[in-house]
Design a binder for this molecule. Structure first.
Ligand SMILES: [Zn+2]
Length: 431
C-alpha cells in the first residue's frame, strides 16, 4: 500500500496530548510517524496548512437503511456520505428490515461493508428480538459477530424489566445499552414538540416529559446495575439535568446530542415542514440553550448525527403522517463548528473529543482499539478539516441517497477536506 504524508496541519488528538503543527506519515495503512517536519520520502502529500488533522470521527448513531430501506439509503451511499462528513467509523442502528437481531445479519452487514470499503461499520444490534420488547436477543453471539452495543432505537427498550435484564447481560460482556428515551404513552400520536408551534400547525405534540420520564427510569436501572447506559439523542433540559446529577453520583451514563437539536428549535418546523420532523422532536429555546451549555461543560459526551434518510416521496406528506428523521452525516462537522466552535462555546480540542475520542471510548470494549486516537503503529484513521472554509450545503449534491435536510442551502463555515481510513484516502474535497 502506498505511503501518504499529511503535512503542516494542526494535529489535535486530546487523548494523545497532541495539539500543534505536525506531519503525519502513513505507510502500509498505519501511522509510521507523527512529528514536526518529517523527512518522509513520500510521493502522496496532503498539504494541510491552516487545517485541523485529527483522529477520524466516530458516529454512534446512523441509519443506513440496508437491508429493507434501499429506496432511501444503501451501505454504499451511506458510507460515502459518512467519509464525506469525516466519519471513519459509523454505528448503524438495528431498525432495518429485517431488524438486526441475530449474528447472521450482523455478519452479512459487515461483509458487505468490507466490500464497500469506505468507513468502518460497527453495528449496534437489537436489544430484543425484532425490537419488539419481549425477548432479549443473544448478546454473546451478537458481540462475537461484531456488535459493539445494543439498542432498540426507533423506540425505547419497552419495559423496565427487559431493560434491567439487558443492562445485566450487556455489563457481563462490557458493552453499553443505548436507549432511545421515549415514554410511548406520553408521545403517542405526536408529530413535533408539544407547544405553541404544534398548536398553530394543528398537530399533536410530543411533550418533553415523554423523554424525561424514560430517562428517569433508565437512570434508576443503570445505577442499580452499575452497567453502562448510553442515552441516544438527548433533547430536553430535564433529561440533561438528570444525567448531570447521575454522573455526579457515579452512574455509568453517557449521552449524545445531534447537530439538529443543538442548532434548531421547534420554530423551524414552520419554515421547513417535514424536513424538520424527527424523533425526538426539535425542542424549545430553553432546551437548546441547555444542550449547548451541557456540551460546553462536558455533561454531553458525544455528537452523533442520527442520520435518518428518507426518500422524497416518503417525506412529501402532511406533517402528521411523514416519517421522523433527517440526514446529517455531511453537515455535522460544519454545524458543530458554526454553532459551537466559532461562537466560542467550545474549543477545537473539545470538538475532537465530542466527535472522535469520546464516542470511541463509549464503544471501546468491542471496537478496534485505535479509534479516537493517533498513535504510531496504529491503523491510520484520520480526518482533515478546514475550520474556516465557507461553503453552501446543497443536499441534492451530497453523497447520501436522500436529501431530507433542513440545512439545504445553508451557508456554513468549516468543511472536511480529506478522510483516511486504514491508510487509504477515501474522500478528498475538490474545491
Ligand atoms: Zn432514536
Amino acid at each position: 500500500m502506498a505511503s501518504l504524508l499529511i503535512r503542516n496541519g494542526h494535529v489535535i488528538s486530546p487523548d494523545d496530548q497532541l495539539d500543534g503543527k505536525m506531519d503525519i506519515w502513513i505507510e502500509d495503512g498505519r501511522i509510521r510517524e507523527i512529528g514536526p517536519r518529517l523527512p518522509a520520502p513520500v510521493p502522496d502529500v496532503i498539504e494541510a496548512q491552516g487545517q485541523v488533522v485529527c483522529p477520524g470521527f466516530v458516529d454512534l448513531h446512523v441509519h443506513l437503511r440496508e437491508p429493507g430501506g434501499e429506496v432511501s439509503e444503501t451501505l454504499e451511499t451511506g458510507l460515502a456520505a459518512a467519509v464525506a462528513g469525516g466519519f471513519t467509523s459509523v454505528c448503524p442502528m438495528p431498525n432495518t428490515s429485517p431488524v438486526n437481531d441475530c449474528a447472521e445479519l450482523t455478519s452479512a452487514m459487515l461483509e458487505k461493508a468490507k466490500r464497500v470499503g469506505l468507513a468502518r461499520v460497527l453495528p449496534i444490534a437489537a436489544v430484543s428480538v425484532g425490537s419488539n420488547g419481549e425477548q432479549l436477543t443473544n448478546f454473546a453471539a451478537l458481540t462475537k459477530a461484531g456488535a459493539v452495543a445494543f439498542s432498540d432505537d426507533g423506540k425505547p427498550v419497552k419495559t423496565a424489566g427487559l431493560l434491567r435484564q439487558a443492562l445485566r447481560e450487556a455489563s457481563r460482556l462490557g458493552v453499553p445499552i443505548i436507549d432511545h428515551c421515549e415514554d410511548l404513552s406520553l408521545s403517542a400520536g405526536g408529530a413535533i414538540h408539544e407547544g405553541p408551534v404544534a398548536a398553530r400547525l394543528g398537530v399533536k405534540g410530543i411533550p418533553a416529559c415523554a423523554e424525561d420520564v424514560c430517562v428517569a427510569r433508565d437512570l434508576v436501572l443503570a445505577e442499580e446495575s452499575q452497567a453502562a447506559l448510553h442515552l441516544a439523542h438527548t433533547s430536553t433540559a430535564g433529561a440533561i439535568a438528570m444525567v448531570r446529577e447521575a454522573k455526579r453520583r457515579g452512574v455509568k451514563v453517557t449521552c449524545e446530542v445531534t447537530p439538529h437539536h443543538f442548532t434548531l428549535t421547534n420554530e423551524a418546523v414552520e419554515q421547513y415542514g417535514t424536513l424538520a420532523k424527527m424523533n425526538p422532536p426539535l425542542r424549545g429555546a430553553a432546551d437548546v440553550d441547555a444542550l449547548r451549555a451541557s456540551i460546553a461543560d462536558g455533561t454531553i459526551d458525544a455528537i452523533a448525527t442520527d442520520h435518518a434518510p428518507h426518500a422524497p416521496q416518503l417525506k412529501q406528506k402532511p406533517l402528521a403522517e411523514a416519517p421522523f428523521g433527517v440526514i446529517g452525516l455531511e453537515t455535522a462537522l460544519a454545524l458543530a463548528l458554526t454553532q459551537l466552535v466559532h461562537p466560542g462555546r467550545i474549543s477545537l480540542a473539545q470538538l475532537v473529543r465530542l466527535m472522535s475520542a469520546h464516542p470511541a471510548r463509549i464503544i471501546s470494549a468491542r471496537a478496534p482499539h485505535h479509534l479516537g486516537r493517533l498513535r504510531r503503529g496504529d491503523p491510520a484513521d484520520v480526518t482533515v478539516f478546514h475550520p474556516n472554509l465557507e461553503w453552501t450545503y446543497r443536499a441534492a449534491e451530497g453523497r447520501s441517497k436522500s436529501c431530507n435536510s433542513p440545512f439545504d442551502g445553508w451557508s456554513l463555515k468549516g468543511a472536511v477536506t480529506a478522510t483516511v481510513v486504514g491508510g487509504r484516502l477515501v474522500y478528498r474535497r475538490d474545491r
